[in-house]
Design a protein around this ligand. Structure first.
Ligand SMILES: O=C([S-])c1cc(C(=O)S)c[n+]([C@@H]2O[C@H](COP(=O)(O)O)[C@@H](O)[C@H]2O)c1
Ligand code: NI
Length: 414
């Protein structure tokens, strides 16, 4: 099962909205706290509340600090206006890197978290025109951000998310006030992080405040590779809402949608569609690499992947690799073919299909529940027991696959 998380950022994104939304999807709070404790820092308490806004239930997540929070979370100690601030209570990027490195979090979460901190610090360095090493985070503000950033990766890991996609991001407009003075929205660090990317940001002129925070943007930049509308052809498993703290005068939440990409288990209500056939001829690829590429392509959601033996120029026995996928997925699968095989190009064609409509039902058998695919076309109806369920039942009950299939057929025909 390939899980895709979609961020529906119609009201922007911040670290606490993101975590709130992931908790709302069902991440176990105790497990979340236990994982986060691997950071080995104290001075904070986590607060989670389920509440309704516009009669829609969602989750508000808050990091409550034992000390009072500073106003600006990053500032330059070269700035004479702010010399009176707590110069001793700061953390530089290197301190945060050391703190993350010393934790017992997984290597993946360490790397991901540090990448986001580095991204934010680079943006701050550029905006405030100072060297990266001089950027520093106030101790308490940094703690808030550390928990938000590391917490997001912890929650995504607990949810076993494989891929994150997002809508275009909506921000407000006008100005916000921070310790340094007025800042235009999108705030400068967000704008800076957008440079060199195709991250789409739409502004709502009726909302005169910030909706996308630097932490939210840093997380999006690190996680999201594809922006677009809500996926049409995947199975939606769950949705969750994470509320923002600002009163925007509108519904201020991040909606997250968890999808399962397993195409073969979808209800299909049309009798025709189109698919893309992507192919490459490979005369210098070893068998292990071919098998590995096939596994990855199928895990990534290809409808099918198959090999055909061919003879190429210079009398070379070779393999034609064919991938069937959704037309919108051309670039993703073309990139995968180029990354995981020796090919330096791929060809593709769109094909029309006539297909049977299909839905699923579950039959209760003496071997447990078995899903059955029901396909229809005009008067024609075909019912097929799901192989995965039959194989699981055969193993569990120590019987043959054929016995389970026959039992399903008997119940379907009785
Ligand atoms: O304090 C500084 S320097 C500061 C800079 C910027 C820039 O865009 S530059 C933005 N902010 C605002 O601080 C809060 C906290 O952000 P988080 O990402 O930690 O939630 C937010 O309103 C920023 O826009 C501060
Ligand atoms: Ni700043």
């Amino acid at each position: 099962m390939m899980k895709t998380l979609y961020l529906d950022a119609f009201s922007g994104i911040s670290g606490d909205m993101f975590i709130g939304a992931l908790l709302d999807l069902g991440v176990d709070f105790d497990q979340f706290k236990a994982e986060l404790a691997k950071l080995n820092v104290d001075g904070y308490q986590l607060h989670v509340e389920r509440l309704s806004k516009s009669s829609i239930y969602g989750t508000r997540f808050d990091v409550q600090l034992t000390h009072e929070k500073d106003h600006g979370f990053i500032e330059s100690h070269h700035d004479p206006h702010y010399e009176h601030h707590h110069q001793d209570a700061v953390r530089h990027l290197s301190d945060i890197a050391a703190l993350i490195a010393a934790s017992t979090l997984s290597e993946k979460i360490k790397q991901q978290s540090l990448a986001v901190f580095t991204e934010i610090a680079k943006a701050e360095a550029a905006v405030h025109h100072m060297p990266l090493e001089a950027v520093h985070f106030h101790e308490v503000g940094a703690l808030d951000s550390i928990v938000d950033i590391v917490g997001c990766f912890v929650a995504l890991d607990l949810l076993k998310v494989d891929e994150v996609r997002a809508s275009e991001l909506t921000d407000g407009s006008g100005f916000i006030h921070v310790a340094h003075g007025e800042m235009p929205v999108p705030v400068p660090a967000v704008m800076q992080m957008r440079i060199g990317t195709n991250i789409p940001i739409k502004q709502r002129t009726d909302i005169q405040t910030e909706l996308i925070t630097p932490t939210g943007m840093g997380l999006v930049k690190a996680l999201v590779r594809q922006f677009g509308p809500i996926p049409e052809a995947q199975i939606l498993l769950k949705s969750g809402y994470g509320f923002g703290k600002r009163d925007t005068g509108a519904f201020n939440a991040l909606r997250v949608l968890l999808f399962d990409e397993k195409k073969s288990m979808q209800t299909v209500s049309s009798d025709q569609d189109s698919v893309l056939l992507i192919e490459a001829n490979l005369d210098d690829e070893d068998g292990e690499s071919l098998g590995f590429a096939m596994d990855l392509l199928l895990e990534a959601g290809a409808f099918d992947v198959f090999f055909t033996p061919i003879f190429m120029k210079k009398n070379r026995p070779a393999i034609k690799l064919s991938v069937l996928c959704a037309p919108a997925e051309r670039d993703r699968f073309a990139s995968m073919l180029m990354k995981h095989t020796s090919t330096i190009g791929v060809r593709y064609q769109r094909m029309q299909r006539v297909i049977m409509k299909r839905h699923f039902k579950t039959v209760e058998t003496r071997f447990g529940p078995i899903r059955v695919k029901v396909a229809s076309h005009g008067d024609l109806v075909k019912q097929m027991a799901e192989y995965d369920d039959c194989a699981k039942a055969a193993r569990e009950y120590g019987t043959s696959l054929e016995t389970v299939k026959q039992e399903v057929d008997r119940l379907l025909n009785s």
